[in-house]
Design a protein around this ligand. Sequence first.
Ligand code: PMP
Length: 477
Amino acid sequence: MDLTEMKADPVHQAERRSGSPSREPIDDLPQAGAAGGKKQAAAHQAGGLDVEEIRAAFPALRQEVSPGVPLIYIDSAATSLKPQQVVQAVLDYMTIYPANVHRGLHTLSERATEAFEGVRDKVARLLGVEDSGQIIFTRGTTEAINLVAQSWGRATLKPGDAIVVSELEHHSNLVPWQMLARERDVELKYVELTDDARLDLDALDAALTDRVRLVAVTGMSNVTGTIPPLERIVEMVHARGARVLVDAAQSLPHHRLNFGRLGVDFLAFSGHKLFGPTGIGVLYGKRELLEAMPPVSFGGSMVVRVDRQRAEWNEVPWKFEAGTPPIAEAIGLGAAIDFLSQLSAQDLAGHERALLTHAHEVLGQIASLRILGPADLEQKGAIVSFTMGGTHPHDLAQLLDRHGIAIRAGHHCAMPLHVRLGIPASARASFSMYNTIAEIDRLGVALESIRLLFRRHSHGQVAPRPATHAATEFPNG
Ligand code: PMP
């Protein structure tokens, strides 16, 4: 791929590239551009990816945080940066065809409808599922999981049933189940983790009694980066006749699995972590489940007929999409998937693995720094959360910002996981395709200087540091 060419003419590039949709999942697509030809020779990072070319596609990386201090963005687990191609696709919709979808018979509305509905096909290909009617647009992962809880959950679960989650889960994959469990008198069970925060399959096996109707599990922890063995989990859960929901908010930007082949029943993800805009996400569900599920939000678009007292629901997926959908956001997500599909999944994985390995090496050398989660890097993705003795994670984040380094600190919306790890909060560096080995080296240097600053402070040699936050003060992570 020539990303600089794409920058110059993003709309036409995107149109040309999306012109002949293939039914094959993205990891099986023949890879052109970045993975092959002349560009390969220019690749200068591990994994065969031309990182400088990738970086040039992300305008946010051209800025300095303060004069002379370039941005090092390692907070991609919170939200990813957006390539110019995505910005341009949203801008084009806003400026050229900003019409509503479905209802209009005029040219602009038809164009908007075509672009919007076309994104379902792109998502289906990304996930490796055949039927794009199984793709429901939501505002994000959180709304997608709530939809399953409020629709499938309320329609299916009976008192005495059980739902299983893991201790790794984000609040978005916990609280909707807590609410449902309370409402339906259902038990909410937790699969315990090993001490290095891996999901224990023996514990899962023990939790899978005949009462279990659903296992809701993350594809990748947003704190420890743990990647649970999904294939094995789906096999085990299906063997007991229960359903599997995968929270792919963190995993999808890094690992493109064929979820159709894997056989997951539900999957949720957010566009904004996948190089797309905020305000758009996806719920994938197996058709037979979606057909049987009642809608939970009511109004225009989700009906085919309305009389004075009752209404008839539209077909799946529109039955679940009441009101004007997030059109610009969906079109942006489509452009993000186009962008991603031009890159070799293998090269991306190789690059991120190199970043993760280097981050473990560099951070592992800093005294009093504890990396959370699996020591075996095969079992985790490109997230490194840590604590550093004597420093509060919020202070670390604030001081790193002075070096231009953007990380996240807090409980990262995973409080039960932090309780399991025995800490109130952590600092998190999360990497993406646009990060470099040199940036990780700068993170290491900055952390070491902060460590020394705190050590001098504790010996009474330096002036006050940023306010230390009490454990109870943490806002959402
Ligand atoms: N699950 C995981 C694992 C996440 O990391 C996040 C976002 N931090 C969510 C769910 C929620 O995503 P959103 O806020 O986009 O709905």
